[in-house]
Design a binder for this molecule. Structure first.
Ligand code: SAH
Length: 458
């Protein structure tokens, strides 16, 4: 039997009541059971919606007017929120954002992991969920002969001319504006994506939250940077807490921000930041968590679930620059970190030295290959911590964990769907998921981070 035709037509304006939210935070309303997804709609609201796309089983709409507003709707503090692709949830109260994220984890556990009995705690949020980002990379363009620096518009490469970004550290914000102004005065041309011409591609700024050290990275197409000396002097004058000015050369026609060559133009190669008692050296290319306040919360949670007493051997898989490993090392006998990016492992080793931590070892390689090798060498960890990218753990890595039979596994995840999938495998292999603690690393966006505690079944 043919499926009934969708009950709405493209470009039609309808009245819709929202019942739910998608994982991206869009409102979901139904017309005779046919769901429409509408950005910025909130559950309980009645609204006028223009239908913009009609598919067989669902459609998309644009919010024209809210007729009955939710008490959770708030005025977004950012002027360009509705154009920018950076944040998705500024129209939603922070309490509602946290509830939505908890529900997202619960739903994934139920639907994907068949783990409805596992407690998912309320999300640990921020006291002040603004200006938390320690790093910004703003593309630079030109408009009417002037330089503009701002984020891309949703689903496009148009740069929004913006004064401030309310989730950035204030120093990042002001620094970008200062560099834009100085570069413009010296006639530096913006990179032109279409014709692969021009000079300045991105202005990147990173601030050490707890040190207030600032690093400026000028990403350029050419190695030649006109008026380089004046540029440096004026940046230093505009912002005395600048510790490092770096040029990164990226001559390729690509979406990847940083290129292969990095030159220190002035000052240090590294800036420093601390998380808890541990100090980190961060270079232009280092991966470093972007929300340092919540990183502490996240790592403390991982540490609590690891329940170390000082006698344990611990593996930290997908260890990046060793941030979690060094936290764990303070309370373990020995920590083994593995990470695929060689520069990150070099940073991890440096950071261990910097903090005089001598019970952490780091290896370059794919975790799914190194773990079986470790096992063959007789390594028998008491605890394994994993923090994989969004696609989750490799199957071979899950199998290695099961082969190694640690007492405890701590799984840090930035994607509830792959987390739920992997937990199912671990459950079937003899582990019990005890509890899950989500942490809000990215307020105002729809991203969710969660820490999970598993124990070997007795
Ligand atoms: N735990 C770190 C980094 C987590 S991000 C922190 O909190 O800062 C995930 C990391 O996994 C990235 O550094 C990425 O380079 C690394 N990675 C991706 N695939 C990998 C693989 N197959 N084996 C080892 N590491 C991998």
């Amino acid at each position: 039997m043919a499926k009934p035709k969708p009950p709405v037509e493209k470009n039609e304006t309808i009245e819709l009541t929202f019942e739910d939210l998608t994982h991206e935070g869009d409102g979901v309303g139904k017309v005779n059971g046919y769901p429409l997804f509408v950005p910025y709609g909130l559950p309980g609201e009645k609204a006028l919606v223009k239908v913009i796309k009609v598919k067989k089983n669902f459609g998309f709409g644009k919010l024209l007017e809210v007729q009955e507003s939710s008490p959770e709707r708030v005025e977004p503090p950012c002027d360009v929120f509705y154009q920018c692709g950076g944040c998705q949830l500024q129209h939603m109260s922070y309490d509602m954002q946290l509830e939505m994220k908890q529900k997202q984890v619960k739903d994934a556990m139920r639907k994907i992991g068949h783990l409805e009995h596992v407690p998912v705690h309320p999300v640990k949020g921020m006291k002040d969920p603004w200006r938390y980002r320690n790093k910004v990379s703003m593309p630079v363009g030109e408009r009417d002969g002037r330089l503009v620096a701002g984020f891309y518009q949703k689903r496009s490469h148009n740069i929004i001319d913006m004064d401030t970004c309310v989730v950035q550290e204030e120093s990042n914000d002001r620094m970008v504006e200062a560099v834009r102004r100085i570069a413009e005065r010296h006639g530096i041309r913006a990179y032109d994506e279409k014709n692969n011409r021009g000079v300045l591609r991105h202005i990147m700024v990173r601030t050490g939250k707890n040190t207030q050290d600032v690093m400026v990275v000028l990403v350029t197409r050419t190695k030649n940077l006109p008026n380089q000396e004046e540029l440096i002097d004026e940046i230093r004058d505009a912002y005395p807490s600048v510790k490092s000015i770096v040029q990164n050369v990226n001559y390729k026609r690509t979406n990847v921000i940083l290129g292969p060559e990095t030159n220190v133009l002035w000052g240090e190669e590294y800036i420093y930041d601390t998380i808890g008692d541990i100090k980190f050296a961060i270079s232009a290319k280092s991966f470093y968590q972007i929300n340092p306040t919540q990183t502490k919360t996240l790592y403390d949670q991982a540490l609590e679930y690891a329940a170390l007493t000082g006698s344990e051997q611990v593996i930290d898989a997908y260890c990046g620059i060793g941030t979690i490993s060094l936290f764990l090392a303070q309370q373990a006998k020995k920590v083994y970190g593995v990470e695929v990016v060689p520069e990150a492992v070099a940073d991890a080793k440096e950071n261990a030295k910097l903090n005089r931590i001598d019970n952490a070892e780091f290896y370059v390689g794919q975790a799914e290959k190194i773990m079986p090798w470790w096992k063959s060498q007789g390594l028998a960890p008491d605890v394994i911590v994993v923090d994989p990218p969004r696609k989750g753990c490799d199957e071979a890595l899950l199998q290695s964990m099961l082969d190694m039979q640690p007492e405890r596994i701590v799984y840090v995840s930035c994607n509830p769907s792959t987390l739920a999938r992997d937990l199912r495998v671990l459950e079937d292999g003899g582990y019990e998921t005890k509890e899950i603690q989500p942490v809000d690393m990215f307020p105002q966006t729809s991203h969710v981070e969660a820490v999970t505690w598993l124990e070997k079944k007795k």
